[in-house]
Design a protein around this ligand. Structure first.
Ligand code: SF4
Length: 86
């Protein structure tokens, strides 16, 4: 019987953009405690729920500015809706 192997990266969807992302690199203005919470919640465990990542993946990096934070999914949906190419 084969054993099921579960790797930590399969569970935790860590973002591949940690080194380049202005949010993760503390280049965006945010209260430190909140920034730490958002990094844990999105960057280090669930990138696909991050507003910045969603916009980046869907319509491109040029639409991701430094006022868009990971928890701003409503704004991400708006940006995607307004700029989606058919
Ligand atoms: S803010 Fe979003 S895009 Fe930036 S590192 Fe975190 S998960 Fe990735």
């Amino acid at each position: 019987m084969r054993q099921k192997v579960c790797y930590i990266n399969d569970i935790m969807d860590i973002c591949e953009r940690l080194e380049k992302c202005p949010f993760y690199q503390d280049k965006m203005i945010i209260e430190t405690g909140l920034g730490t919470i958002l990094k844990k919640k999105y960057c280090e465990s669930n990138k696909n729920e991050c507003a910045r990542y969603m916009v980046l993946q869907t319509i491109g990096a040029e639409y991701v500015d430094n006022t868009l934070f990971p928890h701003m999914k409503d704004r991400a949906y708006e940006l995607i809706q307004m700029n989606k190419k058919n």
